[in-house]
Design a protein around this ligand. Structure first.
Ligand code: ADP
Length: 444
């Protein structure tokens, strides 16, 4: 069975969040999967691509070059169309609708020509693919985050040379809605999220559409690629460690404190690495940070996003126990995972979340809100788990749970949790089998 993954991000080439991690890890784990993605600025300069094919898209009267690059057992195809993708940023351009309409049309052409058995499309950026391939190639559509639907003016339909009522909702063209309605199967990235999105609170307006497709929607929790995220081999980690040399985590903590200008302390290092949005619970966090800082802790933030929230965190720059790092920094991120004790994810909603899984591997215990993939992957220490879980989306609930974690940190149980957490297996291995099974079902 030949499968093509289509998506907007993929490590190690381009990443803004978890989508890229999954696009990078899952094809390798499933096997016999090719990947197609746009060639954003700078990507091709760094790669030795082998083969270039020109593809003409008649619907938009525009051409592109599709470059092939092999890494390990995976073939990557990069769609080079400099008018669309040779820009400073990946998203957030005025013509995003047009840019990704083009990408969807290229994927259709490419998949038909190369006769894939299944095209597995990811997130809104590829939402038209299931529609364009209907009756020709089977499709699976994965929702990584329902909050980003790819909403544009109805004119976008013109790029496809088609008009269909199923394109629109709220008088707008909606890529994600189209993907959900037309794919043979729809997946989300955790079981809990697949159920949550059937309801108003989490469905982002598409709950009724999802309910209609209920029999073809499943949740498969994401995994982590341990060849990438692993303190034993991670080149960003200054002193590599694993379960056998766990005490070296402490050295990384000391080095992190040094790097971030924090004083040397055995107190708990509490960290957050995240897009700064309300989804991730930053409105809760900002309300309790003063109270958190009354304990013997140091707080480290790495992230970027909503300017108003960034500004509120920047106020803490003067606090000697706080390190605020606004920006995206893959190397620093890994050093923070390695040098921290507790990782916070007080998300309002969380389709899966990868950071809590990465944290486990680096021996950093997660404190999460019970929602989506966080509910599926983190159990409270009180219930025999290896993290801290609060349920209600309130500052009070977050703070209470945080204070429990601070107390637990004082006990000799903490090290035992850490060692057990590092042993957990959230690799994509078992998940790959679930996807293969799904593909078999899709092909029937
Ligand atoms: P989402 O995809 O919603 O952003 P996930 O938890 O699924 O959240 O994945 C986030 C990924 O992006 C993790 O690998 C995390 O380490 C990484 N990440 C998030 N923000 C930053 C940042 N500012 N710098 C470096 N890595 C980041």
């Amino acid at each position: 069975m030949k499968v093509l993954f289509a998506g907007a991000e993929c490590i190690p080439f381009v990443k803004t969040g978890g989508l890229a991690d999954v696009m990078g890890a899952l094809p390798k784990a499933i096997g016999n999967v090719d990947v197609i993605l746009p060639a954003y600025r700078g990507i091709l300069d760094k790669l030795n691509t082998e083969d270039v094919r020109e593809v003409y898209v008649p619907e938009m009267d525009k051409s592109c070059d599709v470059h092939l690059y092999h890494e390990g057992s995976t073939s990557y195809y990069f769609v080079q169309q400099d008018d669309y993708y040779d820009r400073d940023t990946i998203y957030g351009q005025e013509d995003d609708g047009e840019r990704f309409a083009f990408f969807n049309l290229v994927v259709k052409d490419f998949a038909l020509r190369r006769k894939y058995d299944i095209v597995h499309a990811h997130d809104w950026h590829t939402g038209m693919v299931p529609y364009l391939l209907k009756g020709k190639i089977k499709t699976v559509y994965t929702i990584h985050n329902l909050a980003f639907q790819g909403l544009f003016s109805k004119d976008i339909a013109e790029f496809f040379g088609k008009d269909d009522n199923s394109f629109y909702i709220w008088d707008q063209f909606n890529f994600m809605k189209i993907g959900i309605e037309h794919a043979d199967w729809v997946t989300t990235v955790s079981e809990t999220y697949s159920k949550e999105i059937m309801h108003k609170d989490y469905g982002c307006g598409l709950e009724a559409i999802l309910r209609k497709r209920r029999k073809h929607v499943i949740g498969i929790v994401n995994g982590v690629d341990y060849s990438v995220f692993n303190p034993k081999v991670d080149p960003a980690v200054k002193v590599n460690y694993d379960i056998g040399s766990y005490e070296l985590k402490k050295t990384n903590k000391t080095l992190l404190q040094e790097e971030l200008g924090l004083h040397q302390s055995d107190g708990m290092v509490v960290s957050v690495i995240s897009r700064i949005t309300e989804q991730k619970g930053f409105d809760l966090l900002i309300g309790v940070i003063d109270k958190m800082l009354k304990h013997d802790i140091q707080f480290v933030l790495l992230g970027s996003g909503q300017k108003d929230l960034e500004k509120q965190f920047k106020k803490y720059l003067i606090n000697p126990n706080v390190s605020i790092n606004i920006g995206y920094d893959e190397v620093l991120a890994r050093r923070i995972y390695a040098g921290s004790d507790l990782f916070l994810m007080p998300s309002r909603f969380e389709p899966c979340g990868l950071s809590q899984l990465i944290s486990y591997k680096y021996g950093t215990l997660p404190l999460v809100r019970k929602t989506g993939g966080l509910a599926d992957t983190v159990k409270d220490v009180k219930d025999g788990g290896l993290g801290f879980v609060f349920e209600k989306y309130t500052r009070k609930a977050l703070l209470e749970k945080f204070e429990e974690a601070v107390q637990e940190y004082q006990t000799n149980r903490w090290n035992k949790y850490v060692l057990k957490a590092m042993k957990l297996d959230f690799s994509f291995g078992a998940k790959a089998a679930e996807y293969r099974q799904l593909y078999k079902k899709v092909m029937k």
